[in-house]
Design a protein around this ligand. Structure first.
Ligand SMILES: [Zn+2]
Length: 359
């Protein structure tokens, strides 16, 4: 188990409310004269962030940054953010490994069980649910799992538990402790007139139906490894994603955090399947617009939102990097971009982590 990725991709904290973003959203709301606010997919676009009160002269502010940054960098090295894998000998010949014992909210861990096979009715549990396990090859002596730490999972100590039937027919259990720590997510505080953030009853109904549909999809665990090899980013070229996990406080009320990554891209840019799988959904949803969800098997799903065009149908089998649509600005957004989500057994995790490691 080498090459484990970092449990938390670097993220920045925005310290103040960007006033221009608020103005942009309000203007947009006025233009649409409807609730066009999206709880989970926030407005994307270049925006100036005011890190310092206007009263502080720009030169002084830059000097301050130059002085503070090296100190912060030193602090990071001192606390050491490299993930420490954990290993436990559960029984003679039975070993449990997890890629990190400490994980930030929204991160992804890989787990491995050696010495048992699926004939021994091995079960794994995380977050009160069974974690699907897949064998490396047949006949398998190594079982694999992905553990998604949901971006809203309360920080604290947890156990990743497994149980199995021993050779003599008795049941056995074992666990590895996992500490969940708070993710470093930006928080955005906005004050917007109520009429611009409240969908009308019809829109509300539609959004709820969409949600039900999504829940049914994520409740389905396809017991097949449909992916092959590494997961890829859904756009070609040099791309940088942002906004994962961003918290939004609207009129003093905490809303759902941003559950995906926003990639800036021009409308019409081709969007590719991150890996092979089966299309679980390909339709227009209220918040996310033209949306494609791909089932990769074993509870792993990727989502592509706000597409201008969808090139696949529900039920289609897609290959890795197959074109599934084009970047657009459909749904409750103000500009073209690709919103990309990754869900692992219901947990909303940072998609950038799955492209760094072959599951
Ligand atoms: Zn988004």
């Amino acid at each position: 188990m080498t090459g484990w990725f970092r449990d938390q991709a670097s993220s920045a904290t925005i310290k103040t409310t960007p006033v221009d973003r608020l103005l942009a959203i309000t203007r947009k709301s006025l233009r649409f004269r409807a609730a066009n606010f999206c709880d989970w997919c926030h407005r994307f676009g270049p925006s100036r962030k005011r890190f310092f009160p206007a009263a502080i002269p720009r030169k002084f502010a830059l000097l301050l940054v130059a002085l503070i940054l090296p100190l912060l960098a030193q602090g990071n090295t001192a606390t050491g953010h490299a993930p420490q894998p954990v290993k436990k000998n559960c029984a003679p010949g039975v070993v449990l490994k997890v890629s990190a014992g400490v994980a930030a909210q929204g991160s992804l861990l890989l787990a491995e069980i050696t010495g048992l096979d699926d004939r021994q009715k091995v079960k794994a549990e995380w977050d009160g649910r069974d974690v699907p396990l897949w064998p490396e090859s047949q006949p398998a002596r190594t079982l694999h799992a992905m553990i998604g730490v949901d971006l809203e999972k309360s920080p604290g100590s947890y156990q990743w538990k497994i149980s199995w039937t021993a050779a003599d027919g008795s049941s056995a259990a074992c666990g590895v402790p996992i500490t969940v720590r708070t993710g470093k997510f930006a928080t955005e505080r906005l004050t917007v007139e109520k009429q611009y953030v409240q969908p009308d009853p019809e829109q509300q109904k539609r959004a709820e139906e969409d949600q039900k549909k999504m829940r049914a999809i994520y409740d389905t665990v396809t017991p097949e490894v449909l992916w092959k090899g590494k997961f890829r980013l859904p756009l070609k070229g040099e791309i940088a994603g942002k906004n994962f996990g961003r918290r939004r406080v609207l009129n003093g009320e905490a809303r759902s955090p941003h559950a995906g990554i926003d990639f800036p891209a021009a409308a019409g840019t081709p969007v590719y399947a991150a890996q092979a799988g089966r299309v679980a959904l390909a339709e227009d949803l209220y918040y996310s617009g033209n949306t494609v969800v791909i089932d990769h098997g074993f509870g792993i799903y990727t989502l592509y939102a706000h597409l201008s065009e969808i090139a696949v149908h529900s039920g289609d089998t897609v290959a890795a990097l197959a074109e599934i649509g084009k970047v657009g600005a459909t749904g409750r957004v103000t500009g073209p971009h690709l919103h990309w989500g990754l869900t692992i057994d219901h947990a909303r995790v940072n998609g950038l982590q799955i492209v760094q490691k072959e599951p």
